[in-house]
Ligand binder design. Structure first.
Ligand code: S3P
Length: 448
């Protein structure tokens, strides 16, 4: 896959399957994996990472870390070593930083470059080239970075000249976005004094947790009813710290929904991270009546994890409040699939951010539902789905628009719908969950 290029499409069809059964382990968390590599780059000495997600998105970030001066090595499956260049010690990359499909890697690394006196060009595939970057470039400009070149509308390819002397700022994010928050904090690492990010709704806090783990001073205070005020003390000396990456809840959502809708299923998903800013989908599924039990809760890598035991059962439609969106932002496509099988109506509120993900996910989900005979409507930023009481016609050919989560969600739908569901491309699944098809087949999923 080259910048803005595409690889050959790999279509796949999922068919109604017998009960899914078994124990599986999902790969490491994507958000944590990107951050572990980046903080490794920004520390001096060796950072070891266990359970790194070896997906295309994360490998792009590893490569970008090398281009910025780190030595990054794979020691064994999931085990990586990063010898960093340290804050202030980055080198200017000679070649374009090609992030492929990865919005998180791009935006976090823009923060890193934005705080350093170096220039870098960021680019990626056709999906990444459509994603809005002004939300990152605006606060970075306030810290002293300059956009040297950009495609129309503040899109990639973007050449960013980082600040000569980064200035600390107080920044209120316009939307709840961990990517914006993280970019500002990462730029703030090379600024003197305090950099503060205020969010009116809390977004995932992996950057804050990991910065502390590497020895930075980060204080977090409540802001309003649901928000946070995060303050970082700049120019710390980050100490390399071993990172254990827990299982990705966003990936776990696929086998969990599959086991909930395929009759008779009984599945355990092991080692899933249960950070409360990531588990809105579990709250939602439980409100829908899903039978999910957390077993052996324990701590790993500074996060609570557990094995999730899921059994198929009847689901009912519910009203999901907009305030829950930041904690389940990547799970709406697969929750929409669960809602299609529920009894009654589900209303998913406040989905405006879905329009700027790897695809316009609101449109892509609606089109997929339409192709599979599911009655639904979009009202403003809400998606309303009329459940089929356990029955969905299926039979659609779903367009995935270079979006891994659209592909996985509709394959899950096909496992329980009357007629098979095809997706036009599964290649993108490798950006977050390379073992998805094999793992689902291992549970008994019929995918051909
Ligand atoms: C991520 C944050 C979310 C999420 C993305 C990963 C992160 O994006 O959708 O998949 O690791 O910070 P936003 O912060 O833009 O909502």
């Amino acid at each position: 896959m080259s910048a803005a290029g595409s690889i050959e499409a790999r279509p796949l069809t999922a068919k109604r399957s017998g009960a899914l059964a078994g124990r599986v382990r999902v790969p490491g968390d994507k958000s944590t994996s990107h951050r572990a590599l980046i903080l490794g780059l920004l520390s001096i000495g060796e950072t070891t990472i266990e359970g790194l997600l070896e997906s295309d998105d994360v490998l792009r970030t590893a490569q970008a870390c090398r281009q910025l001066g780190a030595s990054v090595e794979r020691l064994a499956e999931g085990n990586w070593s990063v010898r960093g260049a340290g804050i202030g010690g980055l080198v200017e990359p000679e070649a374009v930083l090609d992030f492929g499909n990865a919005g998180t890697g791009t935006r976090l690394m823009m923060g890193v470059v934005g705080g350093h006196p170096i220039s870098a060009t960021f680019d990626g595939d056709a999906s990444l080239r459509k994603r809005p970057m002004r939300r990152i470039l605006d606060p970075l400009a306030r810290m002293g970075a300059q956009v040297v070149a950009e495609a129309e509308g503040g899109r990639c390819p973007i050449t960013l000249a980082g600040a000569r002397h980064a200035a600390p700022i107080v920044y209120q994010t316009p939307v709840a976005s961990a990517q914006i928050k993280s970019a500002v904090l990462l730029a703030g690492l090379n600024a003197p004094g305090l950099t503060t990010v205020i969010e009116t709704e809390a977004s995932r806090d992996h950057t804050e947790r990991m910065l502390r783990h590497f020895g930075a001073q980060v204080s977090v205070a409540p802001h309003g009813e649901a928000g946070r005020r995060v303050t970082l003390t700049g120019q710390p000396e980050l100490r390399p710290a071993p990172v254990i990456v827990p299982g990705d809840p966003s990936s776990a959502a696929f086998p969990i929904v599959a086991a909930s809708i395929v009759e008779g299923s009984d599945v355990v998903v092991e080692g899933v991270m249960l950070n409360p800013l990531r588990t809105g989908f579990l709250t939602t599924l439980r409100e829908m009546g899903a039978r999910i039990e957390a077993m052996q809760p324990r701590q790993e890598g500074g996060e609570e994890i557990a094995d999730l035991h899921v059994r198929a059962g009847e689901l009912r439609g519910i009203d999901v409040p907009a305030a829950r969106a930041p904690s389940m932002i990547d799970e709406y496509p697969v929750i929409a699939v669960a809602a299609a099988f529920a009894r009654g109506e589900t209303r998913l509120r406040g989905l405006s951010e879905l329009r700027v993900k790897e695809s316009d996910r609101l449109a892509a989900v609606a089109a997929g539902l339409a192709a599979c005979g599911v009655t639904h409507a979009i009202e403003g930023d809400d998606l309303i789905i009329e459940g089929g009481k356990g029955e969905v016609r299926g039979g659609g050919e779903v367009k995935t628009h270079l979006d891994h989560r659209i592909a996985m969600s509709f394959l899950v739908m096909g496992l329980a719908s009357r007629r098979p569901v095809g997706v036009d491309d599964t290649a993108m699944i490798a950006t977050s969950f390379p073992s998805f098809i094999e793992m689902m087949r291992g549970l008994g999923a019929d995918m051909v």
